[in-house]
Design a protein around this ligand. Structure first.
Ligand code: AGP
Length: 615
């Protein structure tokens, strides 16, 4: 996620901003920059890389005795990480400067209009479009910066938290937010702004958090004035005295990054389909697919290469692509694929899935596929990562940085991207009726709220975790779309609690694993209403007759499994192809709580790395 820091007041801005950017490094980023008004002119310095690289650059480039400034750490969404795409961005006149966290969905149309009116652009970013839109409004309407920002934001579709100032009026900063957090620290004749309170908590504990569709003009010697962007109505600022310490702020108040990221999934999934899922128009817009649609429609098959959780997402994709788009799919562990001398032809499409975009085995599998003429499509979370650059085309998951080693929001956002692709191809092939297609789109748009509802079972799941935290072995069972979820649930448990766990297709139990069942063995069974339900219920009966302890993951309102299982955890009903997005939630929380109760290092489990960049 991008990080925003700003200051206006009586102190030197530079040290506040640069230290503040360091406080936000945990959010993940790929470039950094700062803009300072030193009393005579506006100075900007920015660089690909880390805040320390920015410090080195500032030392040789600009004076730092400024009382007004804004700084930014960029998590690339539009435009690869480089010096030019780094924030802050200037307007064409050089008078206005902006930093921005979020995604402007209609930036392309706005850029075309501005270009027609003579504006030029140095970067590939949506942010540079926004600052020139603000300048265009300011000049055309002959209004002050605050009003220009307000008018411009009413033309914008997307998510943003921004800070803007005009070098010709250096006594104010204009801020606004929609969808990305923005905190204002209120000092004595000074204001601090930041994506969260960590950059200014040592200066003031009095903070105001802007709400969505609110903006404010911060002027020294004046009280903060907050207005609704839509209709300019004044909003009474709610000033709160912060109680959190630094570490708590970085984790958003959660005990661990993993728990924070589990709870970020509703917004992460929304960010994944933002600008891509247009339900009203019945359109899925993905340029990486649109530009290569014939390749996908004429492909012999799709080969998925990935590792770990990403491999599980690929397995879900196999079910979705074959079920809905009728395209043959093979899912390969990248580490096996790269060495087994596979048959690859130019009519194959390879989909490489990777959160980090740096997994060595996946990267090697991609190179092998390309060397044999296959078209390779990447599904990554890190913009500009090695895999993102190596693939022929791709789609980012836009999940925001995933700090916890155990993948959670990466998994659900990967499935979201893959579901969008499968539905898009199914529509193009005519392998799904228009009514079913639109039904899937409508249901997909409801998923974030249904994930939020599934998260509400947290206390109940914690109670179940307390009962089974000392298990030595666990079995996870699922059928159809939820077989990969059973594998993923088992991986989550073993990698953070170190309890041995295995996932199996529920029907496979009779071919061996049933020998393991006894009263010491908790068996987590995914038994959603539309997923071969009767078959799974009979599997549950087999387990029960052998005294296994059964935890059923069921569709809300289920009564059959409730009578058989020792515990049930409900998830909202949805279409079966979308059910993995919901059934994985209780499994993430179950493994998290067990690991915490066992005192494990949940965010950095032993022997594991967040990205396996070596063989
Ligand atoms: C899953 O919780 C692990 N973090 C691990 O299996 C991970 O999914 C795997 O290493 C692949 O990483 P990638 O998605 O970054 O390629």
């Amino acid at each position: 996620m991008c990080g925003i820091v700003g200051y206006i007041g009586h102190r030197e801005a530079y040290p506040i901003i640069i230290e503040g950017l360091k406080r936000l490094e945990y959010r993940g980023y790929d470039s950094a920059g700062i803009a300072l008004f030193d009393g005579t002119d506006l100075k900007v310095s920015k660089t690909k890389g880390k805040v320390v690289d920015l410090e080195n650059r500032v030392a040789t480039e600009i004076s730092t005795n400024a009382k007004l400034g804004i700084g930014h750490t960029r998590w690339a969404t539009h435009g690869v990480p480089n010096d030019i795409n780094a924030h802050p961005h200037y307007s064409n006149s050089g008078n206005l400067v902006i930093i921005h966290n979020g995604i402007i969905e209609n930036y392309d149309a706005l850029k075309k209009e501005l270009t027609a009116r003579g504006y030029t652009f140095k970067s590939d970013t949506d942010t540079e479009v926004l600052i020139n839109l603000i300048e265009d409004v300011k000049l055309k309407e002959n209004v002050k910066l605050g009003k220009a920002v307000q008018i411009a934001l009413n033309q914008v579709i997307g998510a943003y938290s921004i800070a803007v100032f005009d070098k010709n009026k250096p006594d104010e900063i204009v801020i606004a937010r929609l969808g990305s957090p923005l905190a204002v620290g209120i000092g004595d004749n000074e204001f601090f702004i930041a994506s969260d309170a960590s950059p200014f908590i040592e200066y003031t504990k009095n903070a105001v958090y802007l709400e969505d569709e609110e903006m404010a003009i911060l002027r020294v010697n004046k009280d903060i004035k907050i207005r609704k962007i839509k209709d300019d109505t004044l909003v009474d600022p709610y000033v709160q005295e912060l109680q959190m310490n630094l570490e708590q702020i970085e984790k958003g108040g959660y005990e661990h990054f993993m728990l924070k990221e589990i709870h970020e999934q509703p917004n992460a999934i929304k960010d994944t389909y933002r600008g891509r899922l247009l339900v009203k128009d019945g359109i899925i817009r993905m340029s990486g697919i649109d530009d290569n649609i014939e390749k996908f429609l004429n492909a012999n098959r799709i080969i998925v290469v990935a590792c770990g959780t990403s491999w599980h997402a690929g397995l879900v994709a196999e079910y979705i692509f074959e079920d809905l788009a009728r395209i043959p799919v093979e899912v390969e562990y990248a580490s096996e694929f790269r060495y087994r001398n596979p048959v690859i032809t130019p009519n194959d499409i390879v989909i490489a899935i990777s959160q980090s975009g740096e997994t060595a085995d996946t990267l090697a599998a991609i190179k092998l596929a390309k060397a044999n003429g296959a078209f390779v499509f990447g599904v990554c979370n890190v913009v500009g990562s090695s895999i993102a650059r190596e693939t022929n085309a791709g789609a980012y998951t836009h999940a925001g940085p995933e700090i916890g080693v155990a993948s959670t929001k990466a998994f659900t956002t990967q499935i979201t991207v893959l579901t969008l692709i499968a539905l898009k191809l199914a529509k193009a092939k005519g392998s799904i009726s228009n009514s079913d297609y639109r039904y899937h789109l409508q249901e997909l748009e409801l998923i974030p709220d249904k994930v939020s509802k599934a998260l509400k079972s947290d206390e109940h799941i914690k109670a179940v975790a307390d009962i089974y935290k000392n298990a030595r072995n666990c079995l996870y069972l699922g059928r159809g779309y939820n077989f990969p979820v059973a594998l993923e649930g088992a991986l989550k448990l073993k990698e953070i609690s170190y309890i041995h766990a295995e996932g199996y297709p529920a029907a496979e139990m009779k071919h061996g694993p049933i020998a393991l069942i006894d009263e010491q063995m908790p068996v987590i069974v995914i038994a959603t209403k539309k997923g071969h339900y009767e078959k799974v219920v009979s599997n549950i009966q087999e387990i029960k007759s052998r005294k296994g302890k059964i935890i059923g993951i069921v569709t809300e309102g289920d009564i059959n499994v409730k009578e058989l299982a020792d515990h049930i955890i409900e998830v909202p009903e949805t279409l079966e192809p979308l059910s993995p997005l919901l059934t994985t939630i209780p499994l993430q929380l179950l493994s998290y709580h067990i690991a915490v109760m066992l005192g494990k290092n949940v965010d950095q489990p032993r022997n594991l790395a967040k990205s396996v960049t070596v063989e």
